[in-house]
Design a protein around this ligand. Structure first.
Ligand SMILES: Nc1nc2c(c(=O)[nH]1)N[C@H]1C(S)=C(S)[C@@H](COP(=O)(O)O)O[C@H]1N2
Ligand SMILES: [Mo]
Length: 230
């Protein structure tokens, strides 16, 4: 038997390209290398040309929950556990300051959000570069994305290019996702956003699903066509 979905979520059969409409026409600058910058409150900034190289790989099947209430069951991601990457690379080489309990995740398209380091260290958080055994496509975050299944989809930043360590202060605000961005966004607690209860936001977000899916698929098709013509 499959476990019930978290509160307010509904399963869908597809896995659409999705996000804030603001990012529908933005695409990664490059998709061939998992380049990652580690910066902020660290002793040493790192510019990693191939972030996952040499690290033990895992595959994981997990459900994906968008804040607008769609859930896609049983996605098979491949990559490296964030915890593994943190202990093998970030901790010894970048040496984050002890008070840096917050990590700002940034994508090549300019999307960004913050996560508590303690949430990132959960065993099911991945730096993923494959989906269903194949390299990530642009649709789902090539070349590298975060996968944090216990948090709403907006924490799972696609085209991941930078991790910036910061002191965990209540004043932290991301510009891009604004009111939508809950500091933790835990799915089980229905932490959909700030300023309004999760159950209320369900009803505000649901009507957005269809138009956003349509927009993101149209802009991807245009992007693919432009690349073919080049
Ligand atoms: N870089 C980037 N990451 C992003 C987004 C985005 O627009 N840009 N959208 C977020 C949202 S709201 C969701 S639900 C998921 C969607 O992932 P998918 O496009 O692979 O389905 O990506 C998240 N990560
Ligand atoms: Mo989302």
């Amino acid at each position: 038997m499959t476990a019930p979905l978290p509160p307010g979520q509904r399963a869908i059969a597809t896995f659409p390209r999705f996000g804030l409409t603001h990012f529908a026409r933005r695409f990664p600058g490059q998709t061939s290398r998992a380049e990652l910058e580690i910066t902020g409150d660290v002793e040493h900034r790192l510019d990693l040309p191939d972030a996952l190289s040499g690290l033990p790989r895992v595959e994981q099947v997990s459900d994906f929950h968008c804040v607008t209430t769609w859930s896609r069951r049983s996605l098979r991601w491949g990559g490296v556990r964030f915890k593994e990457f943190f202990e093998a690379v970030i901790l010894p080489k970048a040496c984050p300051h002890p008070q840096a309990g917050l990590v700002e995740l940034r994508g090549q398209d300019g999307a960004r959000t913050g996560m508590l380091l303690t949430d990132l260290l959960a065993p099911e958080v991945l730096l993923a570069d494959t989906l269903d055994g194949a390299p990530l496509t642009i649709e789902h975050g090539a070349p590298l994305r975060l996968v944090a299944p216990a948090h709403y989809g907006y924490k799972s930043v696609k085209y991941l290019s930078r991790l910036e360590f910061k002191a965990d202060g209540a004043d932290y605000r991301v510009s891009a996702f604004r009111f939508m961005d809950h500091p933790r966004a835990r799915v089980a607690q229905e932490e959909r956003g700030r300023g309004a209860p999760g159950w209320l936001l369900r009803y505000l977000y649901r009507p957005m699903i269809f138009p956003v899916v349509a927009l993101f698929s149209k802009t991807l098709a245009e992007h693919d066509n432009a690349r073919v013509r080049k």
